[in-house]
Design a protein around this ligand. Structure first.
Ligand code: ASP
Ligand code: MG
Length: 451
């Protein structure tokens, strides 16, 4: 088969959570002959259990976690027609996990953690191969660490893209014509051969990297939601699925809190111009969202995203009046504390800003340490407001169109808008509102702009 015919399909944890989910995912794989390479996450829940084990647990808790892992994977094995061989293999993995977590209890390390955590994907891929074989499909297990070479930043390793391309061409490409290749997301190996991981949720990234390396025609990300929505359907039941969206819009949405695709994830697909499809393996017939370089007639308003628990810092200083270097000083202090600024507005004698919490599990208030506040206070008067929410309106040509302000803010009368950012990007307009009003704001705006 020619490379340009290839589709790389990735299935997330819920899509390989149990026997039925794995079979539904197998149906999806088998429905399209172009799908020749399958990338899997660990079965849902497994990675969290492994991470907990890597933190060093005492004997009793370790036993509990190991039992849980065994229970989840055995539930799949028990429904196979010929479970014996695969049970042995999984048992060996679980023994490994037990030994590694015993070591972790004595002294843990990031390298050990990655070695331990990688077993989730190693097991799910072994099980999936077995499911396919029982369905009389030629399927082959492939250890992704043979091609996914990374640096040794354990827990957040960066792949060597050039090496991946070479290795994928020599080791993976020739196999694609012979059997369905099943491989692991999330994991890699560094130059000494030790196992690394690409960061939580890294399987999407693996799929995009492999798609790029093999020059795939499409990357399919199968998850538990049928695509990208105009806003979170849990907040607005009338939210609509977006059939087609550009990479730029999707990245903006992810940056502002939409959970479907992480922006860094799709980077390899973006730079190689490979479309990414997002759909639900529970309901493949429902379709999904195609993320691509360009879409026909991109609308002015595309989607609404919400980021909660924002912290606003307002810095007042009379020294700012007609002075130079005040902002430079402020940014210097923030940089020294490893903080990047997210939103910002300024006036003659003050500046208001929020702290960037993208890609971290921290909230604004936890980034705001006493040391940082003390340092800022020596420069200016500092005011801190917590529990705000950032509402981001994603769209196209927003900063060049007329009437945007009226359409958006005309319906916001009853809400306090604490800060507005508009004009820096053609793709977004965002503002802060009190946290308690956030959902009502989203509902009101969605109703007037999208329904
Ligand atoms: N299993 C890993 C995690 O839970 C990677 C992934 O699911 O993408 O973070
Ligand atoms: Mg996952």
């Amino acid at each position: 088969m020619s490379q340009s015919d290839l589709i790389v399909a990735k299935f997330g944890g819920t899509s390989v959570a149990d026997f039925d989910a794995m079979n539904r995912s197998a149906d999806v794989v088998l429905a399209d002959a172009s799908v020749r390479l399958v990338v899997l996450s660990a079965s849902a829940g497994i990675t969290n259990l492994l991470v907990a084990l890597a933190e060093g647990k005492q004997l009793e808790e370790r036993a509990y976690h190991l039992d849980e892992i065994r229970r989840i994977q055995y539930a799949i094995i028990d429904r196979l027609q010929q479970p014996d061989v695969i049970r042995e293999e999984i048992d060996r993995m679980i023994e490994n996990i037990a030994t590694l977590s015993e070591t972790s209890a004595l002294a843990t390390s990031t390298a050990l953690t990655d070695e331990l955590v990688s077993h989730g994907e190693l097991m799910s891929t072994l099980l999936f191969v077995e499911i396919l074989r029982e369905r009389k499909q030629a399927a082959e297990w492939f250890d992704v660490r043979k091609v996914m070479r990374t640096n040794d930043r354990f827990g957040r390793a960066e792949p060597d893209v050039a090496q991946l391309k070479e290795l994928a061409a020599s080791q993976l490409q020739p196999r694609l014509g012979e059997a369905l290749i099943i491989t692991q997301g999330f994991i890699g190996s560094e130059s000494k051969g030790r196992t690394t991981t690409l960061g939580r949720g890294g399987s999407d990234y693996t799929a995009a990297l492999l798609g790029e390396a093999l020059n795939a025609k499409r990357i399919d990300i199968w998850t538990d939601v049928p695509g990208i929505y105009t806003t979170d359907p849990r907040i607005v039941p009338a939210a609509k699925r977006i059939d087609e969206i550009t990479f730029e819009e999707a990245a903006e949405m992810a940056t502002f809190g939409a959970k479907v695709l992480h922006p860094a994830t799709i980077l390899p697909a973006v730079r190689s111009d490979i479309p990414v499809f997002v759909g639900s393996s529970k309901d493949p017939a429902a379709g999904g969202t195609m993320v691509r370089e360009n879409t026909a007639n991109p609308p002015l308003f595309r989607a609404l995203a919400l980021r909660r628990r924002q912290t606003l810092l307002t810095l007042h200083s009379l020294n700012m009046l007609h002075a130079r270097g005040f902002l430079a000083e402020v940014f210097n202090i923030l940089a020294r504390h490893n903080i990047s600024v997210d939103l910002i507005t300024t006036s003659e004698v003050s500046v208001a800003l929020t702290l960037d919490t993208t890609g971290s599990t921290s909230t604004g208030d936890s980034l705001l340490t006493q040391a940082l506040l003390t340092e800022l206070s020596s420069l200016c008067r500092v005011e801190v407001e917590e529990n705000l929410a950032l509402v981001a309106l994603i769209g196209n040509e927003l900063s060049t169109a007329c009437g945007v302000g009226k359409k958006v803010f005309g319906v916001m009368e009853q809400f306090n808008l604490r800060l507005i950012c508009y004009g820096a990007s053609i793709h977004n307009l965002c503002f802060l509102v009190p946290g308690d009003d956030a959902e009502q704001v989203i509902r009101t705006l969605h109703n007037s702009l999208f329904e």
